[in-house]
Design a protein around this ligand. Structure first.
Ligand SMILES: *Cc1c(COP(=O)(O)O)cnc(C)c1O
Length: 364
């Protein structure tokens, strides 16, 4: 059999289905509505969405209108999911939203106006969600705006508010006082729209306990294997397995410098594998310090991450060109990679580029 000659990104949709089941069990009766923004966290919203539909998901969240359109097309008429667009309904987008059957999550009073006048023009009631800001200060109606809106039903004429949601700013720190403050702020705001379903929790919020779950939870990163609290979670499986072949093995003499610049001078003879992956594949260059790949039964530290090449110290492990190194997967955990890269698992996933060969397991 020919040795693989290029990097490979395996997207394990069976692991995705497993994680979805874990999240559903944790959500304990709340509807688990997957978040597929950023092209399904870089893993392919079409493939991810179709598999999750097969697992019972009937409601999805995306950020952009264009993401909603693409997901609707990928699901096709046989999978009539509710697709919520978190950007809401900026002026002029009503017709496109309607053409793809997307449900806006309105984020400002001007958007409420846009939606109401679109409903009036089209002569049909429009189902919408409303995003209220409970203290993240990023997106959503202020409490005062939400109260004003609820007190003037005229502004909601033609709109059926089916969802009221907010987003937690510190859920990855379960002990943060901000979580409870946002929960307390959310309760009276959701009560302004008593007929609507309520949603507060993303991945981390699902694990904050029953008070945070309401009717719908919106997991993203944990579906794809990232731990809810930015640390590996034992029940979640990696969905993205990124491997690349060794191109060459070299021994660098003491006093020699590896790679660009003068900073990396070897103190002792150092055996290094040159791995055919780099930041053009979406790995993060900053991850060289503290980052590691899995090879021959151990984690091996990165010395450099260039555009196309990683230098990885391999000690005296037996190694040959063509052997694969796991850069992300069941042993090189995404939460560790994220920490080494100074970022979150979300970013490690969405940066994965199209250069590596992509293989889907468990597609439908
Ligand atoms: C991204 C996002 C989510 C999902 O967050 P994760 O941390 O990936 O689970 C949920 N809700 C909103 C509003 C988001 O922007």
């Amino acid at each position: 059999m020919a040795l693989p000659s290029s990097a490979r990104l395996t997207i394990d949709l069976n692991a995705l289905a497993h994680n979805y089941a874990v999240l559903r069990a944790e959500a304990d009766g709340a509807e688990a509505a997957p978040v597929l923004k950023g092209d399904g966290y870089g893993l392919g919203a079409a493939e991810v969405g179709r598999r999750l539909w097969a697992e019972g998901a009937r409601r999805f969240f995306v950020a952009r209108l264009s993401e909603g359109e693409a997901l609707r097309a990928a699901l096709g008429p046989g999978r009539p999911a509710t697709i919520h667009v978190l950007d809401g309904m900026p002026a002029g987008t009503g017709a496109r939203m309607a053409a793809s059957g997307l449900t806006a999550v309105l984020t400002t009073l001007p958007q409420v106006e846009v939606a109401a006048s679109f409903a009036a023009q089209s002569g049909q009631d429009l189902t919408v969600g409303i995003h209220v800001d409970t203290g993240m200060n990023r997106q959503g109606l202020t409490a005062a705006d939400a109260q004003a809106l609820a007190q003037s039903p005229d502004r909601l004429r033609g709109l059926e508010v089916e969802l009221v949601m907010s987003h937690l700013g510190s859920a990855t720190e379960p002990g943060a006082a901000r979580n409870l403050a946002q929960l307390e702020a959310f309760r009276p705001l959701r009560a302004l729209f008593p007929q609507a379903k309520a949603s507060l929790a993303a991945s981390a919020g699902v694990f904050l306990g029953p008070d945070y779950r309401f009717d719908i939870v919106r997991p993203g990163v944990s579906l794809y294997g990232g731990g809810p609290f930015e640390r590996p979670h034992p029940d979640l499986k990696p969905v993205a397995i990124f491997e690349a072949p060794i191109l060459d093995i070299r021994t660098i003499a003491p006093g020699e410098t590896v790679g660009y610049g003068g900073g990396l001078v070897m103190q002792r003879p150092t055996r290094v594998a040159m791995v055919a992956a780099g930041y053009a594949d979406g790995l993060i260059r900053a991850g060289k310090s503290g980052g590691a790949g899995w090879f021959a039964g151990a984690l091996r530290r990165f010395l450099i991450i260039n555009m196309d090449l990683i230098a990885m110290e391999i000690g005296d492990a037996p190694a040959a060109p063509g052997q694969m190194v796991e850069l992300m997967g069941p042993n090189a955990l995404i939460d560790d990679l994220a920490e080494a890269s100074g970022t979150v698992a979300h970013e490690c996933l969405v940066r994965l580029s199209e250069r590596a060969e992509r293989v889907y397991l468990g597609g439908v």
